[in-house]
Design a protein around this ligand. Sequence first.
Ligand code: NAI
Length: 345
Amino acid sequence: MIKVALYDAKDYDKPSFEHYGGLHDVRFMFLETKLNEDTVALAKGCDAVCVFVNDSVNKAVIDKLYEYGVKLIALRSAGYNNVDVKAAFGKIHVVHVPAYSPYAVAEHAMALLLTSVRRIHKAYNRTREFNFSLNGLTGFDLYGKTVGVIGTGKIGRIFVDICRGFGMNVIAYDRFPIADSGIKYVSLDELLAQSDIISLHCPLTDETRHMIDVAAINKMKKGVVIVNTSRGGLIDAEALLEGIKARKVGAACLDVYEEEADVFFEDRSGHIMNDDLLSLLISMPNVIVTSHQAFLTAEALNNIAETTVNNILSCFNNDGICDNELCYRCGNVEQCMKKRKERCF
Ligand code: NAI
């Protein structure tokens, strides 16, 4: 029996993890709290922890987990910017779920975009009150518009295909463009200057943090629509708010927000909102916020639980090699052990 403390558990997580865990003698202990220095002790006696995007797996937490004999950090997400993989190296193995449904995220990005440009969010509220006026609901055609896609990995590429289906002109920027993909790559500055819509699909790294800042917004077209289903930290939210107030940014569709950790995924409807910036963004008629739900489809939840259980089994059984292991050296041509079909350490 492998015992796993699953932090930040939600009702929608439990059935799939119980199902796949039950098939393989992996027992999940569901904890509603997030993992941090105050809650790490709850993992005592467990073989592994299973974490999500807003758990903070920093060096202090990792050192404690190591002290408790925890052998594995299993992310049930693709992004891993919340785990100090360097601090974990040599102590605790880290695995993630590289892809569970890139369609879920790409489709949500398009859902947000359509909602915004056709004012569906406003129409929905109006008709519920029998207000059938069309005033203020004028949108614009996506057909023929230029969409700039930043990051053409698994999700970005599907978003590119969806946009092409709408007859949009797609341009893209990626630090590592895919050869012979048929995607028209341009520089980041060109993308910012030419796009009517910009959609972010790259990871959050030291390099990409606040890639959409005052300077970037200044380079954009007036009326640009910005879609972010990637990570909140890609956008300097204050700069975005200023861009909206200055009428430079025409609309923003945000599934993620830099300071989302204490707010998103929770019902805060009965509380005073302490985050003024988020309150102001939400109050804008041209901003749509969903609370990090782009991944949330039945297909994705099943894939997440199945892959996580398989990751855990690979790490604890046989030779311990898991294709989905992560470390700070992964991808480094000379040092990457995974390329040699070995554990990261
Ligand atoms: P991926 O790893 O397949 O693709 C990321 C792409 O970004 C790669 O092509 C990479 O070359 C590119 N990239 C890396 N650094 C860059 C830079 N400095 N500038 C431009 N491009 C750069 O990742 P995938 O699966 O497509 O996911 C993308 C992001 O979506 C994840 O990092 C994650 O943060 C986010 N995500 C959000 C979810 C949600 O529910 N809102 C769910 C799943 C992922």
